[in-house]
Each structure stands twice: as structure tokens, then as C-alpha cells.
Design a protein around this ligand. Structure first.
Ligand SMILES: Cc1ncc(COP(=O)(O)O)c(C=O)c1O
Length: 413
């Protein structure tokens, strides 16, 4: 454990970790069980095309969420694209800018204009109060994102879409296993999508799903994810290839058997971070409302520079030098990335909270790959940095001025 700021790697100290600590290192369930199932797939030679494991996986997800239909997909982005198309969204769709770029791209990919809406700074989720003034005659729907797995204001968005005759889709990529007002996420709007990417708390290597209680929509989505085939030699719809493979499904089925354990470990990590970082001036720790269900996959800090006197970016540099790959999710916001930056150069004027939060947010490693010792070391480094801001800032600014590379700075800053 480092005891002085001079031990920090930015001052030439040995990095706290030999191996890089990633924010979302994959959780893996029972390896033996996984390999048995993979063997079974190979014996059966049914590798994809809605095989028995994909069917079982879909049923398990639908049961867990309590939704009527689950259509498994090759990833969350394709799940979004297909849901958007099946719901016949066109023209303009209102989305938060404070999200992963796939939410906006899934629209733009289909020549639908994402209209970026500001967020509530306390929840980091789309602000329903800002939505209505963005509605135009071209608006066909809203995509709410449950950022960090904390449900966005489903009730307010449902009310707006009902009154204004719009469609409602939720990007629940972060929110598998989470609830909103006691009901599992996956049951709201016209449909919701999950991502089961390797960095999510539950993964199928790559994967995703659309969940919906709408029978007609589910039928269309099933057709669309399989080229529009309604049977041998019978295409009745335009479609694409969104299928999940059998090997992904067994990764999922195996992971589902350890889901409670993954959540318990994430909760333990979250609780330890909360206790260890308590009371640090200017560091706001994002908390989860204990009356809901969460997967606790995101450990998020907001750094208030006025109080800490150190910028979020300097803190990220300090952590990266220690091989702790903290991330600035979702910096700088979709509206400041291409092609949206060029399409809407003044979008930031309507997104002050998004810009403010994107400058402050920092996400820390969690999951089954780290334990109490690692968390203690990470929090110790944050404390050391914040208790020695003058020296730390001087060091970082002088290395920047002299272009001296700092050890351990990751390329994906
Ligand atoms: C909010 C959000 N939406 C969509 C996606 C896209 O999911 P995938 O990576 O499975 O395509 C992600 C994740 O990576 C995400 O975080």
C-alpha cells in the first residue's frame, strides 16, 4: 500500500498493479459446465439458426424478466437496429446524448435523425421535462436509456409518448437484472433491448436481445433477425442477420447459473468503494436506491473540480499510470462525436447538463476479477492524489508542458 504521494507512479513509483485492471473484465460462470455444453453443441453439429440452446436461453431470459417474448441477437447494437426498424421509427427520434454511441448510431445507420435531449444531472438519465420541446412533426419516437442500470423516468416518458402518439423504446444495455418501481426492466415501452457484450456484468461473449410484451412486434423482430424467413424458401419480409449462435447461448445459460453470485460480488465491491471513498470532499459517489434490484456493474464517481482542485482528467491519468484503467464514460457525449458533431455543431447549447456530467464522470473497475485488496489500493491512490493536489497538479502540468510521457497512460483515454 502506498503511503506517500511520492510513491505514486506519476512521480516514478512502481505502479500499484502489474497487470492492467479494466473497468469491465468479463464474468465467467462454471467453466466445466460451459465446456460440457460446448461439447454438446459440437456433437450435435447445430451451431446456429435458432438451435436448442438459443431457444432455452430466450425462455430463461423471458422468465427472468417476466416478459412475454425474448428474441436473442448477435449483439445489442443489432438488437437496437432491428427494434427501431420493426417499430417503424422514421424521421426524428429523441435520445439522450449521454449514452454509448451505439444508441445514436442505430438510428443514424437507418437515416433516422437522433435528436439529442439533455439529462437530469442527479440521475444521469434523459430528462423528460426537456423531451417535449424537442418534439416536431417529424418525431416518431423516444429512446430512453437506463444509464448505469438505474431505470430512467419510465412513467413520464410513457405518459409523453401516449399523449403525443409516439413509440417508446428503451436501451437497457446496462440494465439486465435491474428493476424500475419493483418491476423488472424489460417490460416497459414497446420494447427494450439488452446487451450481453463481454464488458457487461452478464455476457454471452457478444450478444444481445430484444424483449417485448407485444406479440405482433415480436413476430416481426423474429423475422427480421433471420433475413425475413418464415420457413424454408419463404421470405416474407426484409431482414438481416441478427442471430445469436449456440456457443453464445451456452455462455449465457452458464452465466445465468452464477447470476446471483455476480451481483453479490458487484454489491460487495460497490459497498466497499462507498465506504472507502466516503467523506472525500468534491467526490460524489453514485449510489443505487436500495429498494430496487440492480446489477451494481458501474462504480461511478463525479469529480467536482471546484472542491477537489484536481480535474477528472488528471485523476484518470494518475490511475492509468497505476494500471487502473478508469474510464470517462460517456465522454464527450454523442453530440460531440462524428457525424453528429458536424451535423449539429451547436447541440451543446441545449445540453448543458450532459456536458457538465461528461466532464466530471469517472468509472472504476469492479466485477469478479477484483476483490477487497484491489479496491483498498485503488481508493488509497485516489485519497493520496486528492490529499496532495498541489504536488500532483504541478507534476502533471510540468510533464504535459515538457511532453514527457507518463508511465502507464493507456491509449484509450
Ligand atoms: C448504452 C448502450 N447501448 C448499446 C450498447 C451496444 O451493445 P453491444 O456492444 O452489445 O452492441 C452498449 C454497449 O456496449 C451500451 O452501453
Amino acid at each position: 500500500m502506498k503511503s506517500s504521494f511520492e510513491d505514486l507512479a506519476i512521480f516514478g513509483g512502481v505502479p500499484a498493479f502489474n497487470d492492467k485492471l479494466h473497468v469491465g473484465r468479463p464474468n465467467i460462470g462454471d467453466r466445466q459446465r460451459l465446456l460440457e455444453r460446448i461439447n454438446d453443441i459440437l456433437d450435435r453439429r447445430w451451431l446456429t439458426n435458432s438451435g436448442p440452446y438459443v431457444q432455452e436461453f430466450e425462455q430463461r431470459i423471458a422468465d427472468l424478466v417476466g416478459a412475454k417474448h425474448c428474441i436473442a441477437m448477435c449483439n445489442g447494437t443489432v438488437a437496437l437496429e432491428i427494434a427501431i426498424r420493426a417499430m417503424r421509427l422514421t424521421g426524428e427520434v429523441i435520445v439522450p446524448s449521454f449514452t454509448f454511441i451505439a444508441t445514436a448510431h442505430a438510428l443514424q445507420w437507418q437515416e433516422i435523425t437522433p435528436v439529442f435531449c439533455d439529462i437530469n444531472p442527479h440521475t444521469h438519465n434523459i430528462d423528460p421535462c426537456q423531451v417535449e420541446r424537442l418534439i416536431t412533426p417529424r418525431t416518431t419516437g423516444i429512446i430512453g436509456v437506463h444509464v448505469w442500470g438505474r431505470g430512467c423516468d419510465v412513467d413520464a416518458l410513457t405518459d409523453i409518448t401516449r399523449r403525443r402518439n409516439l413509440k417508446l423504446l428503451f436501451d437497457a444495455a446496462h440494465a439486465f437484472g435491474c428493476s424500475y418501481k419493483g418491476r423488472m426492466i424489460g417490460n416497459f415501452g414497446d420494447a427494450e433491448i439488452f446487451s450481453f457484450h463481454a464488458t457487461k456484468f452478464f455476457n454471452t461473449f457478444e450478444g444481445g436481445a430484444v424483449v417485448t410484451n407485444n406479440d405482433e412486434l415480436a413476430t416481426t423482430i423474429r423475422l427480421m433477425k433471420n433475413f425475413g424467413f418464415a420457413g424454408y424458401d419463404n421470405v416474407i419480409y426484409v431482414g438481416t442477420n441478427g442471430k445469436m449462435s449456440e456457443v453464445s447461448a451456452v455462455m449465457g445459460l452458464t452465466g445465468l447459473e452464477s447470476l446471483d453470485e455476480f451481483i453479490a460480488i458487484n454489491y460487495r465491491n460497490y459497498d466497499q468503494y462507498r465506504r472507502e471513498l466516503e467523506g472525500l470532499p468534491g467526490v460524489h459517489f453514485l449510489t443505487y436506491n436500495e429498494t430496487e434490484r440492480y446489477n451494481y456493474q458501474y462504480i461511478v464517481l463525479e469529480i467536482d473540480r471546484a472542491a477537489t482542485r484536481i480535474s477528472r482528467d488528471h485523476l484518470v491519468q494518475i490511475l492509468h499510470a497505476e494500471n487502473i484503467l478508469a474510464r470517462r464514460y460517456f465522454y464527450p457525449g454523442c453530440h460531440r462525436m462524428e457525424p453528429y458533431r458536424s451535423h449539429f455543431p451547436h447541440a451543446g447549447l441545449l445540453l448543458p447538463e450532459t456536458e457538465r456530467v461528461a466532464e466530471r464522470v469517472l468509472s472504476l473497475p469492479t466485477g469478479t476479477a477484483i476483490g477487497p485488496e484491489e479496491i483498498r489500493a485503488i481508493c488509497n491512490i485516489i485519497r493520496l492524489a486528492l490529499q496532495n493536489v498541489e504536488a500532483v497538479n504541478m507534476r502533471l502540468e510540468s510533464s504535459w508542458a515538457s511532453r514527457e510521457p507518463l508511465r502507464g497512460l493507456a491509449e484509450d483515454m
